[in-house]
Ligand binder design. Structure first.
Ligand code: SAH
Length: 391
């Protein structure tokens, strides 16, 4: 938002930028298209560098607008090609963004909030508590930083082919900014990603899943992690508000909006917690019900994620044999259930390991610290202080 009175153009999607040119600057709407290409295709943020705009227009832009990207506090490559950025959002808060290259594709895992308020028991972000929602500029800014680093050229040199809203935060709790940022990701003048290559993952905010269905066509992923309410309420406290039956119904509605839509259910496997044969059988039942309701085979896809550990957690990753046995039970029931390969774990960039710097507004971070100290695991004040110090 305009802190120095200037509008950050990263906050605006195409229509809003056209409106800005017409109503705030008294210019032609198509100017917005030129500016979007400079920003998202050529990574130019300085109006003077936008050479197909006249001098007078550039001066006007300079007076009323800015293109301000997040500050890279540090970035870290992993030995497996994964790359992680710590991005400063304001002087006290930072979030993480991760790039995961794979055969023929490059996926960026994007954060939606500073910390997370949901407190899922097995997620490292939860231990940091919550500060605030990210703005549209701060969300699309993550894509910009990564795309620029990768030398991505939309439609020509595609290094960035997929975005998953699976970083820090619950994207549906920051609905408007996330939807706007996703529209820039999918815009030809933005990053030109196909609808199905932008995935939003939610812990299950039922009313917001329906709202998403009204305005967007992105791929939906749901963090299920348990096949019955008793266990799920323990792992994902949001389940007490929106239990599994309601959650599955909203997923059915999402899938039914458009023929051929599938929904991905994420299932993090935790040793002795949710990895037993009874869990697999319950899961099969749930997914079959879903396929039947949508009247499409394989409408439900499962992603099995072996638990990624972090300091102080009470959960463990099952051994490979247990993971394979769980997968086999799903496969024998006719379900596609790939095990997600752990990537970037040498730089703490795997699912559930993202931690930025969160000036917590809840008490969770302090409580977790206390627990760590009791276990003799406290790592000291961490990256305390002003983020600029680390730059
Ligand atoms: N809040 C959203 C977005 C986060 S996505 C959501 O819950 O879907 C991150 C995914 O990684 C979620 O499926 C999350 O449940 C999973 N996850 C969290 N902690 C994990 C861990 N320690 N190991 C493996 N997966 C984890």
């Amino acid at each position: 938002m305009p802190d120095n009175g200037k509008t950050n153009l990263f906050d605006l999607d195409r229509t809003q930028l056209e409106d800005f040119f017409e109503h705030s600057l008294g210019e032609k709407r198509y100017r917005a298209h030129q500016v979007m290409k400079w920003i998202h295709h050529r990574y130019v943020t300085d109006f003077d560098g936008m050479t197909d705009l006249g001098k007078a227009l550039r001066a006007k832009l300079e007076a009323h607008a800015q293109v301000r990207a997040p500050m890279v506090v540090f970035d870290k490559p992993s030995t497996d090609g994964t790359h992680k950025w710590l991005l400063g959002m304001d002087p006290k808060n930072a979030i993480e963004t991760v790039y995961i290259p794979d055969k023929g594709r490059g996926t960026l895992c994007v954060s939606s909030q500073v910390g997370c308020a949901l407190n899922c028991q097995f997620c490292s972000t939860a231990t940091q508590g919550f500060n605030r929602n990210l703005s549209t500029a701060e969300i699309i800014g993550q894509v910009w930083v990564a795309a620029r680093h990768l030398g991505n050229v939309p439609h020509q040199q595609r290094r960035l082919t997929n975005v998953v809203m699976m970083g820090m935060g619950e994207p549906l709790a920051n609905f408007d900014n996330v939807v706007r940022a996703m529209s820039i990701m999918r815009d030809d003048l933005g990053y030109g990603l196909a609808n199905k290559r932008v995935t939003l993952s939610t812990a299950g905010m039922v009313p917001m899943i329906d709202k998403l269905g009204e305005v967007s066509d992105v791929s939906l992923a749901v963090s299920l992690h348990a096949p019955n309410d008793e266990l799920r309420s323990e792992l994902v406290p949001l389940n007490k508000k929106y239990p599994i039956a309601e959650l599955m119904e909203s997923c059915v509605r999402y899938a039914l909006r458009k023929r051929g839509t599938s929904v991905t259910f994420e299932y993090t496997l935790m040793k002795g917690v949710n990895d037993q044969p009874t869990h697999a059988r319950q899961l099969v039942r749930l997914l079959r019900q879903f396929d039947n309701a949508v009247q499409m085979k394989d409408a439900a896809k499962v992603n099995l994620i072996p638990f990624n550990p972090f300091p102080g957690t009470r959960f463990e990753r099952p051994d490979d044999a247990a993971i394979r046995a769980f997968q086999k039970l799903l496969n024998e029931a006719g379900m596609i259930a790939p095990v997600r390969r752990t990537r970037g774990d040498d730089i703490d960039a795997a699912c559930g390991q993202l931690k930025g710097q969160v000036m917590d507004r809840t008490r969770r971070q302090a409580e977790f610290r206390k627990r760590l100290q009791a276990q003799g695991l406290d790592q000291g004040p961490g990256r305390g202080g002003e983020i600029g110090d680390a730059a």
